[in-house]
Design a protein around this ligand. Structure first.
Ligand SMILES: Cc1ncc(COP(=O)(O)O)c(C=O)c1O
Length: 355
């Protein structure tokens, strides 16, 4: 730390992203990326890098926002696009909280919520999950604070129903409810249709997972015109050109290719179900995931031991040391082949452990 860092940032513990190894030695199942390439329409765009790259992109991202609006059947004024959904979430933490105002979220969830809260000096309350790791909607009813929930939650993969989310929206009419749907396309039900009845809802999604564009950094929000206007106020006070020209073309091509999108997400869901079943047969507890990852533990191995053994065998997954989840690892769903390799090596690891 230099002596110039502002005192207000000195205690912040930044988010630690999953490892991005520079060699290709690993089967990489650690950061919930999509194992399949993006839509062929995106690949076409990448082959013809835009010739007008010397010009700034459209700060309004008009064409892209219109395409997203058509996809979700909302007005373009109800759509915001950010540099990854992390940026959208960061803008929301900035925009909707005064000093000392509180936001609450589950004690086990996406680690960035706490980091954003600390960065933007929003006080945060962590609400415990149930013992089966599910979110209890009753804990959020009449809560009187802004709320952020990942649905499906990370890293558990458990998903709340639309009616559970509606019960939270209904009892907190004067608080903003942010639903982070980063993984919603893998079997959950989006709460975007609830926007017509609730003006306190902000839905955030990403192109990083189901649309295979993590490297292009594209996230979106859908909400009321007023809330989107507020997000734009922050964006235009920070970086009006937050999405580069190439990424905005890729995002538009992706959202307009529904056939490819559905095919890939279906494939990942099938692979997830097959892998979960195989791991259960090997004695693992696997939470019922609606995401492109599974959260799992084995009664005979510590999470760290399984993580290390997989890494020694060329497979990267994710493990956290927090007491309540340290027995678990999170495994991203790769291709069928990759998951077969995971199960094969896992079987060997368990056999070695039992000796
Ligand atoms: C729950 C959740 N929300 C948001 C993000 C951020 O995604 P991105 O910034 O790539 O859109 C992630 C990334 O892993 C996530 O797990």
């Amino acid at each position: 730390m230099s002596r110039f860092l502002s005192e207000k940032f000195q205690q912040i513990i930044p988010y630690v992203p999953g490892e991005q190894p520079s060699d290709t030695r690993y089967i990489k199942l650690n950061t919930n990326e999509n194992p399949y390439p993006p839509s062929p329409q995106c690949r076409k765009i990448m082959q013809e890098i835009p010739s007008n790259i010397q010009l700034y992109p459209d700060p309004e991202l008009k064409g892209l926002r219109e395409a997203i609006a058509r996809y979700f059947n909302v007005k373009p004024q109800c759509v915001f696009v950010g540099n990854g959904s992390d940026e959208v979430l960061a803008f929301a933490f900035q925009a909707f909280h005064d000093d000392e105002e509180e936001i609450c979220f589950p004690d086990i969830t996406y680690g960035f919520y706490k980091v954003f809260a600390d960065l933007y000096r929003v006080s945060s309350e962590k609400i415990p999950l149930r013992s089966d790791f599910s979110i209890n909607p009753a804990d959020y009813r009449d809560c009187g604070k802004n709320i952020i929930l990942a649905n499906p939650n990370a890293p558990t993969g458990l998903c709340m129903s639309l009616s559970e989310i509606e019960s939270i929206l209904k009892s907190n009419r004067d608080s903003l409810i942010i639903i982070d749907e980063a993984y919603i396309d893998f079997g959950g039900e989006s709460c975007i249709p609830l926007l017509k009845d609730y003006d306190n809802l902000l839905v955030v999604q990403t192109f990083s997972k189901s649309r295979s564009l993590a490297g292009a950094r594209i996230g979106l929000a859908v909400s009321s015109e007023d809330i989107i206007e507020d997000l734009n106020k922050i964006k235009f006070s920070f970086n009006p050109y937050n999405l580069n020209r190439l990424s905005s073309m890729l995002a538009k091509a992706s959202i307009e290719d529904d056939v490819y999108f559905k095919k890939c997400t279906r494939e990942i869901i099938n692979t997830r179900e097959k892998t979960s079943e195989k791991l259960r047969l090997l004695g693992f507890e696997v939470l019922q995931s609606k995401a492109n990852f599974i959260f799992t533990k084995h009664p005979k191995m510590k999470g760290q031991e399984y993580f290390n053994a997989l890494k020694e065998n060329g497979i990267l997954v994710r493990h956290w040391n927090d007491a309540s989840i340290q027995d678990f690892v999170r495994i991203t769903i790769g291709t069928d082949e990759e998951m077969k390799a995971l199960c094969h090596i896992t079987k060997q690891i368990i056999n070695n452990f039992s000796k």
